[in-house]
Design a protein around this ligand. Sequence first.
Ligand code: SF4
Ligand code: FES
Length: 363
Amino acid sequence: MTAPEPPLALLAELTHRCPLQCPYCSNPLELVQRSGELTTDDWRRVIDQAADMGVLQIHFSGGEPTARPDLPDLVRHAADAGLYSNLITSGVLLNRDRLATLDAAGLDHVQLSIQDSETETAERIGGYKGGHRRKLEVAGLVRAAGLPLTVNAVVHRQNLDRLEAMIDLAVALDAARLEVAHVQYYGWALKNRAAFMPTLEQIERATETVDAARARLAGVLVIDYVVPDYYARRPKACMGGWGRRFLNVSPAGKVLPCHAAESLPELDFDSVLDRPLDEIWRQSAAFERFRGTAWMPEPCRSCDQREVDWGGCRCQALALTGDAGNTDPACALSPLHGQVFELARTESASAPPAFVYRRYGNA
Ligand code: SF4
Ligand code: FES
């Protein structure tokens, strides 16, 4: 196999600790404890190795990355290494001083999550009292610091009917971009799937709402829209293809092709504590397993979309078919597609079960 191009971006999952408990979190059910996290020096080395291998962007994520007191140090290290840095945060641990420190350290961009436009539902979903009001304040502080802001809104059956209000909120918060992402069912979200699965009618209304808002807000707000897999006709090109554009480093230092890859039991993932990042990217068995098209079964193998969607998502194929090497059943060409569509319809037609909140020991 020819050597892969360097990845575009590194997702640095600094910690699994988080004050919120969103049941749609894609983190694994077995959360890494604080004592198992990489040290500041480990992360500095990872950042240097990423820059050396040609990575252009670093996304500081988690869990909640601001739970790590060394975040400004890591942001500065990334800036010194020439990386564009993005902070993906719930915002609730930020204040004016911490933002000023991050800004001075060279942070380039902030992505702030909201759970809803309404306080009560937002705080019920996030499992954190006072969180929604705090987020609105922090959005103001981000903009006052002159940092560009993207709002992330994860949508599902329990908040989709307020999508228009969430779009209006993003405009009011002076965001340049809004990511409207239907829940992707990995980790905790897979455990809570029935609580989140929207109806087909909700999806159709949401698509109309996004289309209308895009036309109305051209030049004001860019809206990215991640469609829900279970009702799709074709799968998403998950991570832009396995081992093609992105790599993740977990809080414990495992190097993963995607945030949910540890759910694939057949694969062993190398650690930045044992091997250099570049070597893992180019040579590790886990990255090679689903890279390119040679691994594909039919119908992907002879499909003209195979270098467009790269066969969809391996973690979803595992979750829904029991084999990560199958065609993602989000694809209508998969023999299992009809079953997935029916599963979505059945789950969305029943009353939503109670959330299993994402917290240590709750798996
Ligand atoms: Fe994509 Fe495979 Fe479906 Fe073709 S058959 S559209 S490559 S998932
Ligand atoms: Fe793992 Fe899609 S989330 S390949």
